[in-house]
Design a protein around this ligand. Structure first.
Ligand code: BV8
Length: 217
């Protein structure tokens, strides 16, 4: 598909929703999960991004997340984030880096949580420190791990958003993780058109930081 054909689809859309993955943040300097320099390259997901891993070795899991928090703190949104903030009503993101909000998107659904948040591992309360004052539980990063259910409100809001959209932009995701990836067939079943943007093999191929401003402005 050419960018002009895609622009025509965007311009005729009434309600555009975006589903973004790690590729959305790659040009901001946040490593993707499964690419050649992916985060999982050094560690297997089962090793670190699961409640079992945390029970087994909380210090190692915290070390990985503290390293990632440090990376994210030094990252800024790029022109693609800013273009989405201007043109798209709802951004559903698998990313935990907060860059969409930093770029000005007002309706962001973080279906996998936010890496800067800290929760109690036992009761789920928001925490400031490393132990929960109400139940004594240990602090954990406020992200959704493999084997954990997505936050119910976030999932419901995401499903409602894609059902109401007439165009779903799927940006920078391998579609490997569920149930997030199920939002794509859900949108199609509700009659939305789906435009995929990726480095290759998509409707629009290339870095999203370069393509999105041309597509949306
Ligand atoms: C659950 C937070 C059940 C943590 C993450 C079927 C149905 C339901 C579940 C499953 C299922 N099959 C398997 C499962 C289990 C599992 C799963 O999906 N496993 C996969 C690996 C097979 N799912 C779960 O466990 C989920 N929970 O199912 O719970 C349940 C129900 C009730 C009660 C109890 C339990 C929870 C999944 C959430 C996991 N957490 N993140 C953290 O960050 O540490 S997932 C992690 O992967 C990130 O969020 C990441 O965003 C996400 C998805 O990956 P992508 O974003 O797509 O990133 P990736 O690197 O793969 O791809 C990047 C893409 O960008 C590439 O295509 C690349 O080409 C492109 N790209 C790169 N640069 C650019 C670019 N594109 C454009 N421009 C560029 N510049």
């Amino acid at each position: 598909m050419t960018i002009d054909q895609a622009r025509k689809i965007v311009q005729s859309a009434r309600c555009i929703v975006a589903l973004t993955g790690a590729g959305m943040s790659a040009e901001s300097g946040v490593p993707t999960f499964r690419g050649s320099e992916g985060l999982w390259k050094k560690h297997r997901p089962e090793e670190l991004a699961t409640p079992e891993a945390f029970r087994r070795n909380p210090e190692l899991v915290w070390e990985w997340y503290e390293w990632r928090r440090g990376v994210v703190r030094n990252c800024q949104p790029h022109a693609g984030h800013r273009a989405l903030a201007q043109a798209v009503s709802t951004v559903i993101t698998q990313n935990v880096d907060g860059l969409h909000q930093l770029a000005g998107s007002r309706n962001v659904i973080e279906i996998h949580g936010n890496i800067m948040h800290t929760l109690c591992f036992d009761c789920g309360a928001d925490l400031e420190g490393m132990f929960c004052e109400s139940c004594g539980g240990r602090a954990r990063p406020g992200v959704v791990w493999f084997g954990e259910a997505l936050p119910p409100l976030a999932w419901e809001a995401s499903a409602a958003a894609v059902r109401n959209a007439d165009l779903l932009l799927v940006i920078g995701t391998s579609g490997a993780v569920y149930p997030a990836a199920q939002l794509i067939p859900l949108a199609r079943a509700a009659g939305a058109q789906v435009l995929a943007l990726n480095l290759k093999g998509a409707d629009l191929n290339g870095p999203c930081g370069e393509i999105l401003p041309k597509l949306l402005q």
